[in-house]
Design a protein around this ligand. Structure first.
Ligand code: FMN
Ligand code: SF4
Ligand code: SF4
Length: 610
């Protein structure tokens, strides 16, 4: 009997980072050997697929034998030969490497629409996409629907832009359709510059055809004959797969002239961006495609009226477009059945930071934040306390632990002072300093400000200077008030969304963690033990059992002490890397963090007793 065997290796961002390329290579070699030497009566095919989701357990590998799927986690090249021998040839899975309950729990509360085929199909094979219903929506639209009916279904679905602002997609298309012009453009915004975000990259690497299909349908609806995908050059794999997918779509005549015999022509070009955050802003993006410096211009006019080369242009985010084929195939009501009244459908988030299950998730809009953090994310690492989650990247804000039950949708996050944004979710625990987090994000936006308008260029610089002083222990009375005043002014006076949202991380951290700002300024003390100028590491003489772990791990050899004797830290050598604190066994908890101005010459002084 011939068995049909498929091996799928995660080659999403997490899979590649964990060594997926090497794992694939060993599989290729091993399977060749199997074919030649063992001559088993099995047909085994190897597939590079996009992100499985749970990047924390990469490299993830699926072995599917006659539709029985077994998933392996943390696969390294040297594990491959045993998987091939025991499982693929022998039919017995290698139990100790198979994923456990944690893996399955990660997916339980997720609903996959955009990600439904990611990790399942070969992103480099158009036939794999077609085999799961791909391009059916294009056919349906071109052969049985008018552009108006197409727009109507998207409007009724309630789909809102996933790039950050949440503008209703159907309405955007409708406005653009109604503008009279000899030429229109459809643009996919794949710039994705937010720190902590990799959703769009994963979608383009995992299922580029869904995005292309969304663009074709959008182009038909607004009557655009030319499209661009604006994508940063730092995403080479996404660019490569997108390029292949475009070629394959052209070969199948899904792009080009006379699509489905309707006389409609549409083709897509890739435009590489140089990796500037501001180029994700739509007017700056248009300028960049036109070959100008990527700087925003005032709106109105909005791109739907006057966009690329002055022509009506729809700009949509990758995830927005990837939703479109599923809505056309399954209906507006199906899509609208997920989510809340005003935020329909699902949302993809990149879940990172101090969470056990880092990865890519897709959840129904309105899911309580607690379920994302604990049920899907598995809670906080090392049993520490959840402190906050930064949503929306540098344009967003921090949601504190007391708002853990907030529903994750556009309106609720906005009411908490944050935004969904494009979907970055950075989880913070008790060991994160909120002033430093605010400084980090503001540093990012300050660096990325295009400099065109003064509130953003100079205002964020002044805010950053204050934050730098505060984390260095030189904060002054009144700094918090200046930050609030400046932040609110910058928000209302900046020209584009970058400046209009740049103060958000500072304003929300002051709103929810003002005490941390105050302790930095007044007591010169960073409670979280992060700001180096405000802390000292020391070893508690009672708790220390002289196990020597900290001594072994200390990079500058600042720790001394004999085995089973009290260890000590030489403050002159200590670089405050926190390694000793991390490695000291929890049962001893002997490494402590104290304020910097309490000089320790000898831990026995008792100065640092809690
Ligand atoms: C500074 C800045 C950066 C942005 N970066 C992106 C981005 O990387 N991707 C994206 O889709 N939208 C980004 N946006 C939002 C876009 O300007 C635009 O609203 C979006 O692409 C529209 O698509 P949507 O309606 O499908 O969300 C950014 C906006 C600003 C102000
Ligand atoms: S707000 Fe900032 S990024 Fe936007 S135009 Fe002004 S200076 Fe440039
Ligand atoms: S904080 Fe780092 S450098 Fe300082 S004693 Fe601990 S391990 Fe050594």
């Amino acid at each position: 009997m011939t068995a049909d065997i498929k091996v799928k290796v995660c080659m999403g961002p997490g899979g590649i980072a964990a060594g997926g390329t090497d794992v694939i290579e060993v599989f290729e070699n091993e399977l060749k050997v199997v074919d030649i030497k063992v001559n088993i009566e099995k047909h085994c095919s190897l597939h590079k697929v996009g992100c499985f989701g749970l990047c924390a357990k990469d490299v993830l590998v699926d072995v599917i034998i006659d539709s029985n799927k077994t998933t392996y986690q943390y696969v390294k090249p040297d594990m491959v030969s045993r998987i091939v021998r025991d499982h693929i040839i022998g039919g017995t899975p290698v139990k100790e490497w198979v994923v456990g309950d944690g893996y399955h729990n990660f997916y339980k509360k997720q609903i996959k629409v955009v990600l439904s085929d990611c990790g399942e199909i070969d992103p480099e094979d158009i036939n794999a996409y077609i085999s799961v219903g791909g391009y059916e929506a294009t056919k349906k639209v071109f052969t049985s629907m008018t552009p108006e009916e197409t727009i109507d279904i998207i409007k009724r679905s309630g789909l809102r832009g996933r790039g950050g602002a949440g503008f209703p997609t159907g309405n955007k298309w409708e406005i653009c359709r109604k503008v009279q012009s000899d030429r229109k453009y459809m643009i996919c915004n794949a710039d994705e510059g937010d720190p902590g975000a990799f959703m769009d990259r994963a979608v383009l690497e995992g299922n580029p055809h869904a995005v292309i299909e969304g663009m074709i349908i959008g182009a038909y609806a607004i009557e655009a004959n030319k499209g661009y995908v604006y994508i940063r050059a730092e995403y080479p794999l996404a660019v490569e797969r997108l390029g292949k997918a475009l070629d394959q779509a052209r070969e199948k005549r899904l792009l080009g002239k006379n699509i489905f015999g309707t006389g409609f022509n549409f083709d897509i070009k890739i435009k590489l961006g140089a990796g500037a955050f501001v180029c994700g802003e739509e007017t700056a993006l248009i300028a960049s495609i036109e070959g100008k410096r990527g700087m925003p211009t005032a709106k109105p006019p909005f791109p739907v009226y006057s966009g690329l080369w002055g022509k009506p242009t729809v700009i949509n985010n990758v995830e927005t477009l990837a939703n479109v084929p599923f809505i056309i195939r399954n209906g507006a009501e199906w899509f609208a059945s997920f989510g809340t009244e005003k935020s329909k459908g699902t949302k993809v988030f990149a879940l990172t930071g101090k969470i056990k299950n880092t990865g890519l998730i897709e959840v129904p809009m309105g899911i309580p934040l607690r379920e994302i953090i604990y049920d899907i994310g598995g809670g906080i690492e090392k049993g520490r306390a959840f402190k906050a989650v930064q949503t929306g990247g540098p344009s967003g804000g921090c949601i504190p632990a007391e708002l853990l039950d907030i529903p994750v949708d556009y309106e609720s996050l906005a009411s908490a002072g944050s935004i969904i944004g494009s979907g970055g979710m950075v989880v913070l625990d008790e060991m994160d300093c909120m002033v430093e987090i605010a400084r980090f994000f503001l540093q990012f936006t300050q660096n990325e400000s295009c400099g065109k308008c003064i509130p953003c260029r100079v205002g964020t610089k002044r805010m950053l200077e204050i934050l730098e002083r505060v984390v260095a222990g030189n904060g002054k009375e009144g700094d918090i008030e200046i930050l609030l005043e400046l932040g609110n002014d910058i928000k209302v006076t900046s020209l584009c969304g970058l400046g209009q949202t740049a103060p958000n991380p500072v304003l929300t951290t002051i709103k929810y963690f003002r005490d941390e700002y105050e302790s930095h300024i007044k007591e010169k003390w960073c409670k979280a033990g992060v700001c180096r100028d405000l802390i000292t590491f020391y070893i508690d003489e009672v708790a220390c059992k002289g196990c020597g772990l900290c001594l072994k791990e200390c990079p500058p050899n600042a720790i001394t002490g004999e085995k089973k004797q009290l260890h000590k830290i030489n403050q002159d050598l200590c670089i405050k890397c926190r390694r000793c604190y991390e490695v000291c066994p929890t049962k001893f908890n002997a490494v402590k963090i104290g304020p910097a101005d309490m000089l320790v010459e000898n831990a026995k002084t008792g100065l640092f007793q809690d």
